[in-house]
Write a protein that binds this ligand. Sequence first.
Ligand SMILES: [Zn+2]
Length: 253
Amino acid sequence: MGAHKGQKRKAYTAQEIEFISINAESMFYSQIGKILGRSKASVKNVVRQLGISTPSIRARSGNRKPKEKPANLPTSKVCTGCKKDLQLSEFTKAKLGKFGLRSKCKTCRAAEAVIRGVEQKEEISSYGKRYRKEKAEQISKQRAEHAVANKEQLKEYAKEYRKNNPGKVNAKTAKRRAALLQRTPPGLTVEHWKQIESFYVEAARLTKETGIPHEVDHIEPLQGKEVSGLHVPWNLRVIPKSTNRRKSFKRIA
Ligand SMILES: [Zn+2]
């Protein structure tokens, strides 16, 4: 190398310069250099000195054999979730991902979304439970305090309610009694309870309108001598109080 550097540069001949000036626009400096046995830099230097404007390499690259595209373009990729080698269509686009796709397949991503959803739901529901429990404690405490503070007034309200809703109150009393006597079959629906209550409301209405006390009678008494009836709509009827008493008397007698 040192020897080469020390060598005096061989001057370009007229033919060489002519060759360069003719071909500079269509050939690469390196190609010209090869033919002339000169370096690329040396040829470039001459071109500059001659003032020849050469097109950019890119523009000249038409002369070059186009660079071959890789024959085996990827058609699949391995999912980082399920580790399966899957078709590229199994991945959604992502600018920064390998092959411009996400690292996890659509199936894996969908599964993860479901899990995330479930976790979120659980989190929300456990929060809801905690909230309701705390709230329930707070409410029952408030009610107890309110009951103590307004004892007399609440008594007055209850009395008023009983006076205005005798049917409903009687229905409730009967319900408690039937439960106590274990004469309420399991499986009574809300509709059944509404029907039962309507008997008591009707009895109260008749009492008020006719002035004759009415009450709800269990056709088959809850505590019969031989068979006990049930506290169900189909075992109820509204009758004047006196009749009821008589019936009871008769049965007992
Ligand atoms: Zn996957």
